[in-house]
Design a protein around this ligand. Structure first.
Ligand SMILES: NC(=O)c1ccc[n+]([C@@H]2O[C@H](COP(=O)([O-])OP(=O)(O)OC[C@H]3O[C@@H](n4cnc5c(N)ncnc54)[C@H](OP(=O)(O)O)[C@@H]3O)[C@@H](O)[C@H]2O)c1
Length: 319
């Protein structure tokens, strides 16, 4: 079969022949239909992600650990967890039996790759217990997941939505899809503390955070009251780490600010996942949830992997 093959950590995957996977006990072969190439895949291949050691332990290997494909009986599924060194960026892959979920009927495979990302926006509800009318801050709103989260917050009935990014033109686009106010984080720390404070109105009820690192560290600092006050709770949902894997969490940020921090997986179970997925599918079908997908053939993986012109759009490889 043809596959995108990574030969060395830090290398670029090449379009090559690779032995077909053979299913072992309790495994199933997936006929791959569409795979989103995300920054996390590039970081794993570059050796800069905490999961790199696991996924590149055996080389050559095929990158990407989830995608959309067909089971042997033709059922379209979202799959994950391929057996290494097989990954998703190939004509076929092999996953443990049951490591897949059916895709709603009539949804194009390339679109289906993005609906999984939209579920991260639903963490506003599943993890933070969002109530209509609340104020939502989306950290990293100019990215694919962030743009979806802004729209999800709007569709769930947010009272106000504040969006952060690093680029004024991209932030203007986020304003057009639903943000009431935007903050450019590419300013010094003091100016950013002030910007968070100025934009918060009565306070941020929910923060959906795709950044972590420096912007979130500054945000947490901005939430510390200057003098004693009964804090208004802010529920911060940790989803991504585009700006850094760590931050300094000052004791007073938790002690006096009323901040509660959760992981995006909080509240997720088979039923809530199904409901969240059903909701984003319904919005995608009705056209209320919009996003850009750039499709490329697997044979073009070498060029596609190195593209830097797709900010805010999802690159989807179609074998
Ligand atoms: N937990 C999950 O299920 C899940 C699912 C999807 C995504 N994620 C994670 O969520 C994060 C965002 O994913 P994505 O697909 O939206 O990625 P993306 O499209 O690449 O967007 C990244 C966002 O972070 C911003 N950013 C990148 N580096 C930054 C830095 N050094 N300082 C400040 N801002 C920075 C980008 O700003 P520009 O627009 O200016 O580049 C953009 O707003 C990633 O960490 C991803 O792994 C998690």
């Amino acid at each position: 079969m043809k596959a995108a093959v990574l030969h060395e950590i830090g290398g670029i995957p090449r379009y090559e022949d690779f032995p077909d996977p053979v299913a072992g006990d309790d495994e199933v072969i997936i006929d791959v239909k569409a795979v989103a190439v995300e920054n996390v895949d590039k970081r794993v291949a570059a050796g800069t992600h905490y999961a790199s050691r696991q996924y590149t332990a055996q080389l050559p290997a095929i990158p990407a650990f989830d995608g959309i494909g067909a089971l042997p009986d033709g059922t379209l599924v979202g799959f994950g967890n391929p057996r290494l060194p097989y990954g998703a960026l190939a004509e076929k892959t092999v996953v443990p039996e049951g490591s897949y979920l059916p895709i709603a009927e009539g949804i194009d495979p390339a679109i289906a790759t993005v609906l999984g990302t939209a579920i991260t926006g639903m963490s506003i509800k599943t993890a933070a217990g969002f109530r209509p009318g609340e104020t939502v801050l989306v950290q990293g709103a100019t990215g694919v997941a962030g743009r979806l989260a802004v729209q999800v917050a709007r569709l769930l009935g947010a009272g106000r939505i504040i969006a952060t990014g690093r680029d004024d033109a991209a932030l203007a686009e986020v304003g057009r899809i639903g943000a009431d106010a935007v903050i450019n984080t590419a300013v010094d720390d003091d100016a950013l503390v002030q910007a968070y404070a100025d934009a918060k109105g009565d306070g941020y009820d929910v923060v959906v955070d795709f950044l972590w690192g420096r912007p979130t560290e500054v945000l947490l600092r901005s939430l510390v009251p200057k003098s004693f006050a009964f804090p208004r709770p802010t529920r911060l949902i940790q989803v991504g780490e585009s700006a850094g894997a760590g931050l300094v969490l000052a004791a007073e940020s938790l002690r006096t600010s009323g901040v509660e921090i959760y992981g995006a997986a909080k509240g997720l179970g088979p039923q809530t996942m199904q409901e969240a997925y059903g909701q984003v599918v319904a919005w995608a079908r009705s056209g209320e949830l919009s996003f850009d997908v750039v499709q490329v053939p697997l044979s073009d993986i070498e060029n596609a992997w190195q593209r830097t012109d797709l900010r805010g759009s999802r690159l989807v490889v179609v074998p």
